[in-house]
Design a protein around this ligand. Structure first.
Ligand code: UD1
Length: 429
């Protein structure tokens, strides 16, 4: 298994091209199931999760053509993929595929809406919490689906098609909002989604669905209205830039000091994390080319932050923030409110010398003068990148094991950081 070796201490200086967003790409690819015409997606990142979803969609009969290009090669745009779901050959998503990536459960929405049936494995355990699917099921039932759960599979059927209805989420869920949007796009009549997720990735999906002929209004607010249509067409859509990757490198630059341009990043999806970063002590400026982060030797200020649904501070940047404030002058408090078990990076950061005390969902991080390199283990996607950030500032050598977690969501991380002066390399097993 690959490992990443980092020798800490160097400031980051230079330009990092930001890739297309993983969390937008996945639902956009799944939306291809809604039409028998071709959906073309530009600026798609080359990631293990994208490759896995190609396989999962291929299993349903989706034809997927890729023109390989990575962000930063030939400009900043990523690869283009053409997805054609002309003939769906299988409406079952099996356990061996769904268990590898939770988001593949989302195929249940478009398969049900277009073909009147879907049989999708329950995603199973997940390292960052139980993550149930009750809200997906309630949403589909509100559109008239009959749901049966048996043998680890959810079977959804609507022989005469879905009908519009009221979906009122008791809590904000990104995945179930995506699924509700896709299913309602092809339902008969009007659907209203209340307490919808306002994440920019939901807006990106709604924009693409509208290009495909859907009638969706209000995406980006908590009430979304969808006027169902009989069928959707092909379209071409460029995936939004990755706000989590942007935030991650912004936190890394603040950690090491130096000056980095995050090329192609858009600040309007990152208001809260950038405000937090400025409060901690980095200079943040949005330019036409992207976002510039600068810190010159000044100390880092401690901070109190709670994760929240958008536009609050994202849970997907919680681990990176924690790595950063490990070096702050004083005690920070970080509360995780979205997932119940998203502190697995704490014990690994402690191996690098961090002083973190956990009390339920609150981590108290007391800044230390120095972190020291050590061998650590990646436990999930965002946790692993927090170890990279800590390793960049630690004295000596840090080796991160189980790098496949990083490859799920960060494109060319060694090249992007190495290009800015970091000593970072991949050690192949
Ligand atoms: C998505 C993101 C993930 C991010 C998360 C929260 C993708 C591929 N993943 O995950 O990176 O961390 O949003 O911003 O886009 N819940 C239920 N019942 C359900 C569904 C969800 O109780 O049926 C709960 C979850 O356990 C969690 C909360 O709702 O506590 C939010 O989860 P959700 O927004 O659905 O996360 P994902 O869509 O899985």
């Amino acid at each position: 298994m690959d490992r990443i070796r980092i020798v800490g201490g160097a400031p980051l200086n230079g330009t990092i091209p930001i890739s297309g967003a993983k969390n937008a790409t996945l639902p956009l690819m799944i939306a291809s199931l809604l039409t028998d015409q071709t959906l073309i997606l530009d600026n798609v990142p080359q990631l293990a999760d994208v490759a896995l979803l190609k396989r999962i969609l291929g299993n349903h009969g989706v034809d997927c053509m890729v023109q390989g290009k990575r962000a930063g090669q030939n400009g900043t745009a990523g690869q283009t993929i053409e997805l054609s779901a002309r003939d769906i050959v299988d409406t079952t998503a099996p356990y061996e595929l769904v268990s590898k990536m939770r988001a593949s459960f989302w195929v249940i929405g478009p398969l049900l809406a277009r073909l009147g049936e879907a049989r999708v494995s329950l995603p199973g355990g997940c390292a960052i919490g139980t993550r149930p699917v009750d809200l997906f099921i309630a949403a589909l039932e509100a559109l008239g689906a009959e749901i049966d759960i048996d043998g680890g599979y959810v079977t959804a059927s609507a022989r005469k098609g879905l009908t519009g209805g009221l979906i009122s989420f008791p809590k904000v869920t990104v995945g179930a909002t995506h699924v509700a949007l896709m299913a309602a796009a092809l339902a008969r009549g009007e659907t209203v989604i209340e307490n919808a997720a306002r994440e920019p990735e939901v807006v990106d999906l709604a924009t693409c669905l509208n290009k495909m002929g859907a009638r969706i209004a209000g995406a980006g607010t908590s009430t979304i209205r969808i006027d169902g249509v009989e069928s959707l067409t092909g379209a071409r859509h460029s995936v939004m830039s990755d706000r989590i990757e942007t935030g991650t490198y912004a936190f890394a630059a603040a950690m090491t000091g130096g000056e980095v341009l995050l090329e192609g990043a858009t600040s309007d999806t990152l208001d809260k994390p950038l405000a937090v970063l400025a409060e901690i002590g980095a200079e943040v400026s949005a330019t036409n080319e992207g976002i510039r982060i600068r810190r010159n030797g000044s100390g880092l200020q401690p901070i109190d932050v709670s994760t929240e649904p958008f536009p609050g501070f994202p849970t997907d940047l919680q681990a990176q923030l924690m790595a950063l404030v490990c070096r702050a002058d004083g005690a920070s408090h970080i509360r995780e409110t979205i997932f119940e078990n998203r502190f697995m990076h704490v014990q690994e950061l402690a191996r690098l010398g961090a002083d973190i005390h956990l009390d339920g969902q609150v981590a108290t991080v007391t800044g230390v003068e120095r972190l020291t390199g050590a061998e650590v283990m990646a436990t999930d996607l965002r946790a692993s990148v927090s170890l990279v950030i800590a390793g960049l500032a630690a004295e000596g050598e840090t080796v991160i094991n189980r790098v496949y977690h990083l490859d799920r969501g960060f494109e060319r991380i060694e090249q992007k950081l190495g290009g800015c002066g970091a000593t970072i390399e991949r050690l192949s097993a």
